[in-house]
Design a protein around this ligand. Structure first.
Ligand SMILES: C[S@@+](CC[C@H](N)C(=O)[O-])C[C@H]1O[C@@H](n2cnc3c(N)ncnc32)[C@H](O)[C@@H]1O
Length: 321
């Protein structure tokens, strides 16, 4: 997950947000212009180069030469900026899909391995970085769920098996489930040879593929902010059903109550102000939302763990009387 901390919003929130709005809007206009006309920067550099050469050959006045040189310098800068920006992977807008078309959305984002790595975990293109990126979540799961050597563990929304690849070494069995067949097929190739691992495709917002009381830990990481709130609730109820008595649930989301989480939300609000919001646009949350679901579903021992920008909420299915 990309959890880069944005600049702090200081002092008066309204004032600072509006003053910060200018730069993203300029960038947004420039980006849309260059996306529509990708050859524009190079043409402007060429044009200003010719103008500079002509002003030197024809020995025009100093102001012409300075103007042409300034145009060439600034357009080269813009060209460089554009060349760098165009190397950053951009996700397709998928504006023909709505949020709850989860399978279609995520299959589109996971058409090829590299794309799937980026969609699942940020800009991790190579295997080593992807594996290292799992360390923090594995530590949180081990400390807070907690995951133990005897446990049967289920991840919902496992993507390419980034966490499972590491966590499977610490538990009895690890089951990865996901709604995207494309994500699962990449996960299958990454997890090949691990004997305590299985992958299961989900066909709806439900865990109907699994029996009642069949896991010790069910966790959701780096996925709930893509879901509609009622679907989060649906999954909490399903997790309760498939957990054994004393089984633990673990959910994380970007915490709007943390400064870093709020900054991410505020930045998205500016970025998407006048744009169609793609179906995977994050929907951040806070501990109270999950605590209500957990309580209503019947979990006990509910705890919120603040790990800015994340909040992790854990709970326990009460033991049978
Ligand atoms: C950002 S990725 C995170 C993957 C993984 N948890 C990780 O941290 O590497 C979100 C995953 O959730 C899956 N997903 C999206 N909507 C889902 C849904 N309704 N049910 C189950 N999985 C879903 C996607 O296919 C994708 O693999």
């Amino acid at each position: 997950m990309n959890t880069t901390t944005a600049p702090q919003i200081a002092g008066n929130r309204e004032e600072s947000t509006s003053s910060k709005a200018l730069w993203p809007s300029v960038r947004h206009v420039a980006a849309s212009l260059f996306q529509t006309y990708p050859r524009l920067p190079v043409l402007v550099v060429l044009f200003s180069g010719i103008a500079l050469a002509a002003s030197l050959i024809m020995d025009l006045s100093l102001s012409y030469k300075v103007l042409a040189a300034a145009l060439m310098a600034s357009s080269s800068f813009v060209w460089g900026f554009w060349a760098r920006a165009s190397h950053i992977r951009r996700f397709p807008p998928l504006s023909h899909l709505h949020r709850r078309q989860y399978a279609a959305t995520w299959d589109s984002l996971a058409g090829a391995r590299e794309e799937a790595y980026s969609a699942a975990a940020g800009h991790y293109k190579d295997e080593d970085k992807l594996r290292r990126s799992a360390a923090e979540t594995v530590r949180n799961l081990t400390d807070l769920a907690p995951v133990r050597a005897v446990d049967d563990v289920l991840e919902v929304g496992c993507g390419v098996g980034r966490i499972g690849r590491e966590l499977a070494q610490t538990c009895a069995t690890w089951t990865g489930s996901d709604i995207s067949a494309n994500m699962l097929s990449i996960a299958a190739s990454r997890l090949e040879g691990l004997s305590n691992v299985r992958l299961v495709q989900l066909h709806a917002v439900s865990l109907s593929e699994f029996e009642n009381n069949s896991f010790d830990v069910v966790y959701f990481t780096n996925m709930l902010y893509h879901l509609d709130e009622m679907d989060r609730w649906q999954y909490v109820q399903e997790a309760f059903r498939v957990l054994r008595p004393d089984g633990r649930i673990f959910m994380d989301n970007i915490d709007m109550e943390s400064q870093a989480g709020w900054d991410m939300f505020a930045r998205d609000a500016i970025r998407y102000k006048d744009l169609e919001r793609p179906p995977y646009t994050p929907r951040y949350s806070n501990a109270a939302e999950f605590a209500v679901y957990f309580q209503r579903a019947g979990f006990a021992g509910i705890q919120a763990h603040h790990r800015s920008p994340l909040v992790i909420v854990t709970g326990v299915k009460p033991s049978a009387e």
